[in-house]
Design a protein around this ligand. Structure first.
Ligand code: BGC
Length: 877
């Protein structure tokens, strides 16, 4: 029976194996792991006050009540995608966890926002923040406690990765800003954000078991970086991913959870499993998992139907898992709850007022869906959209990237006499935008990808609708050819039009859905649905062909970039519900285009280096080595001296910007950085809260309680052979086993506060320059700051600053950007710390990664070898 029981017994056998901490890592991978699991301690930014409340709350709980907070009640059992148990004795309702990443999933009267990738394309911190606030308020309004986003795993290692659009950009700095702003915005209105999928969940093929080998430096400089920003922003939850890392599943990986996340990054919130990503009772608990979701994942068939629930209670009672670890799980969950509650002024949380499992247009249904029990109104159709449509429209426009604009003339449009609108991607889908759950069919205009990220549209403004509205106002006549396959009709419509718009798209999503042979990841980088042939056909007959792309990432459009008749190309990404309106705003110049490409557009898919692994010689144990290290996307193109069609950061405007007068100030206005030492080098010892009553009666179902199958409960149960699964209570902490040692623990030198050592975030240089608009129209410049760290192991340059700067025609605006210590450091594997190497460094200000306007060397800083960080900065000015 009981896989959980087997795990517990096996664990008892290995307790006392002192070599365990380093035995996990395979050859060639960093031999790093950390036990015991760091317990939450509180800290600045509201964590101390939240911990105080959480400890007081947890001190009042029985063991089964604590366990109930840590374990989901089972797939489709309660109303949300994930639900913790409740604490009825204290009137604490279950916590509701809900997707998605562009909308509240599976409900109605919600908005659909532009994708994370579009947010990156805005290069606008303020828009990222505002989207976070707006999305957060929609989750909160539905009674959701924990929103399952934002995403920065995948980061975007491979260009065809299915879920790249849910995240921001393959550049970790840009993604880090996206994470920071989104988390800050969402949590400010009282919903816990979840940074996911932690970590190296870079493709959908084999996502459930691929074992990724990665080196420590790449981990820090690329994939961990944006998660550090999320932690620094105070994120309440992190979701561990499905894949393995260096031999261990992500949700039982003591390197990634205990060492990196909870010690080095000082994460004070809780770690939840991705849905079914937990594989053990004991290992997951000791390696740092705090919440099992959806609760029953993967463990069906054991006596508990769960790795945790009653199995966790039992493991505590039999001494396999120390009580302090379960207390820490509960305290972390409640601390996140109180911290984020306080951010919204401690307002009472709304009741859950929808059911993910009952169709959104239906009102009455079962509260307990899988048991078909408690039939009542479950969907109250609470309208949470407020005025978010206006923001969505603005973001859509400002994330549109003008890739090509021949002679700066094709766009903006001025009342053309006759236009043609060609391609299915301009049109409404037959059956409407919500015809397919999880957006799993590819029809009509593309405004979001597929999988668990999407939600239902309140409406979707197709490009053809918006263009025709504008045309009517301008007395422009319109011809349409909606089919992608009828090339004769496309040519006929295009012939003689003043402007021929041709629309094309490419979709991707999550691996449980396959569309047209694409299982989450794209099979290639060509346009879908005959899109390339359609574009060629239109361009063959119309000398003013304008291509609009709704794609989930780069596509191969070298032919269009070079085509004489293609006068403009716009990448609109996935814009959400206002898609057509956003596009028209840019086409007609009502909004100045400010989108910049958040990824590189290659000539061939092979130009990107790393690729999706579609097949494996060992499909039951697929393995992947991220041997390209930090060289992905533009870093790889530059490293390999490959020219792109359009580089990272590229995007045209309707005016011309000059960047002038570069200045570089080391440590401007800063005192010597004393913060480079973690505030504490040691934690306190682990605490337990309240007392554990280990009597049987306190830990079995209360008398008269009727279990409903397959709901997951926290109580222990009698096994089939009528013996209790645990024998007798033991001492809780076995101090000879490093995994259960509850004594004070060392804080890693790179740690000390959320996001890592606070000294990493000290400003070490301030870079100043002017932006001059020398055109005739107002516009938004997006100056980008790249740093060359030096040496052959570093990319040519890495993005370390950007801004979106509105400048009126003829005006000049002074811009300053700060470089932090982290920005100029490399990860030193041996020292296990960030180190500023001695190589000459340079700073560049550009319009893209290849269009550099200004550059300067960075004057050397005085670095002293002292303190825990090895090198402390002394600013000389
Ligand atoms: C996805 C997560 C999602 C979860 C719940 C998983 O399959 O990877 O992103 O939050 O399901 O729907």
């Amino acid at each position: 029976m009981a896989r959980a029981t087997t795990a517990i017994l096996a664990a008892v056998a290995i307790l006392g194996n002192a070599g365990l901490t380093n035995a996990q890592a395979p050859a060639g991978a960093p031999a790093l792991s950390l036990f015991p699991s760091p317990w939450g301690q509180g800290g600045g930014d509201g964590w101390d006050a939240a911990y105080e409340k959480a400890r007081a709350f947890v001190s009042n709980l029985t063991l089964v009540e604590k366990v109930n907070l840590t374990t989901g009640t089972g797939w489709e059992f309660d109303r949300c995608i994930g639900n913790t148990g409740s604490i009825p004795r204290l009137g604490f309702r279950s916590m509701c966890l809900q997707d998605g990443t562009v909308a509240v999933r599976y409900t109605d009267k919600n908005s659909v926002f532009p994708a994370g990738m579009n947010m990156a394309a805005t290069f606008s911190r303020s828009l990222m923040r505002r989207r976070g606030e707006a999305m957060g308020s929609e989750f909160r309004g539905k009674g959701i406690d924990v929103a399952l986003g934002p995403v920065t795993g995948p980061l975007g290692r491979v260009p065809a990765g299915g879920r790249n659009w849910e995240g921001f950009s393959p550049d970790p700095y840009l993604s880090g800003v996206g994470m920071f702003e989104t988390v800050t915005g969402m949590q400010s209105v009282g919903v816990i954000a979840t940074a996911k999928h932690y970590i190296l969940n870079e493709q959908e093929h084999f996502r459930n078991n691929v074992d990724v080998t990665i080196d420590d430096r790449t981990m820090h400089e690329l994939y961990l970086w944006p998660f550090a920003d999320a932690v620094r922003a105070g994120v309440g939850a992190v979701m561990c991913s499905y894949n393995k890392i260096n031999g261990n599943y992500s949700c039982e990986n003591s390197w990634t959870l205990n060492y990196l996340l909870k010690n080095e990054l000082n994460f004070q919130g809780f770690v939840m499993s991705d849905w079914g990503a937990q594989h053990s009772t004991l290992e997951s608990a000791l390696a740092g998992l705090d919440m099992a979701m959806p609760g029953d994942g993967g463990a069906r068939g054991n006596v508990y139907g769960a790795f945790w629930g009653g199995a966790l209670t039992e493991a505590v009672l039999n001494g396999t898992i120390p009580a302090w670890r379960v207390d820490d799980m509960a305290v972390r969950i409640m601390a996140a709850y109180y911290k984020i509650g306080a951010l919204s002024g401690n307002k009472p949380r709304p009741d859950v007022n929808f059911s993910a499992w009952v169709k959104p247009n239906v009102t009455v249904g079962p509260v307990y869906f899988r048991a078909n029990a408690s039939i009542e109104p479950v969907n109250l159709h609470v309208d949470v959209q407020a005025d978010h449509g206006a923001l969505i429209r603005e973001i859509g426009a400002k994330s549109t990237v003008l890739l090509k604009n021949k002679n700066n003339k094709a766009l903006p449009l001025h009342k053309p006499g006759h236009i043609a609108i060609i391609g299915e991607d301009a049109q409404d889908a037959p059956g409407g935008p919500n015809a397919c759950e999880d957006n799993k069919c590819y029809r009509g205009t593309l405004a979001m990808g597929y999988g668990s990220g999407p939600g239902y549209f309140p409406y979707l403004v197709a490009p053809a609708t918006a263009l025709k509205k504008r045309a009517a106002a301008d007395n422009t006549t319109v011809a349409e050819a909606p089919s992608n396959w009828d090339l004769d009709a496309a040519r006929t419509a295009a012939t003689g039009a003043d402007v021929a718009f041709v629309f094309a798209s490419a979709d991707s999503g999550e691996g449980y859905i396959t569309i047209d042979g694409n299982t989450g990841d794209r099979n290639n980088l060509t346009l879908w649905g005959n899109g390339d042939a359609l574009i060629q056909a239109v361009a063959s007959v119309n000398p003013n062909t304008i291509v609009v792309l709704h794609t989930v990432g780069p596509v191969l459009i070298d032919y269009a970039a070079k085509h004489e008749n293609i006068t403009a190309i716009l990448w609109a990404g996935l814009q959400g519900q206002e898609s057509g309106n956003s596009l028209v705003d840019v086409l007609y110049g009502d909004i100045a285009p400010q989108g910049r490409s958040p990824f590189t557009w290659g000539q061939n898919i092979s130009d990107y280096g790393a690729q999706v692994m579609y097949t494996s010689p060992t499909p039951l144990a697929p393995a992947q080595n991220f041997s390209e290290g930090v060289f992905i996307d533009y870093r790889y193109f530059q490293h390999a001296h490959t020219s792109s069609v359009y580089p990272f950061g590229h995007g045209l405007t309707y005016t011309q910007f000059d960047f002038e007068n570069l200045t570089v100030h080391p440590c401007k206005g800063q005192a010597a950085s004393t913060a480079a030492v973690p505030s504490k080098s040691w934690t306190a010892a682990a605490q337990t809260y309240g007392t554990v009553n280990s009597s049987m009666s306190a830990n079995v179902d209360p008398s008269g309680f009727q279990r409903i199958k397959p709901f997951i409960y926290p109580w222990i149960i009698r096994a089939a052979n009528a013996t209790w699964l645990f024998t007798a209570p033991k001492a809780f902490a076995n101090t000879t086993d490093p995994r259960t040692n509850n004594s004070a623990q060392a804080v890693l030198p790179a740690g000390g506060a959320p996001g890592g050592n606070p000294g990493l975030y000290d400003t070490v240089y301030t870079i100043g320059f002017d932006v001059r608009n020398r055109g005739n129209v107002n516009g938004t410049a997006v100056p980008q700051l790249y740093v060359q760290l030096g040496g052959k192991d570093n990319p040519w340059g890495v993005l370390r600053g950007f801004d979106d700067v509105s400048v009126a025609a003829g005006d000049r605006v002074h811009v300053e950007m700060n470089l932090t210590r982290r920005d100029i450091s490399n990860w030193d594997t041996e020292k296990q710390n960030w180190v500023v190497n001695n190589l000459q460094k340079y700073v560049f200000i550009g319009r893209s990664v290849v269009d550099i306007a200004l550059n300067s060397s960075l004057p050397a800083l005085s670095l002293q070898s002292a303190g825990v960080m090895q090198q402390r900065l002394a600013c000389l000015e």
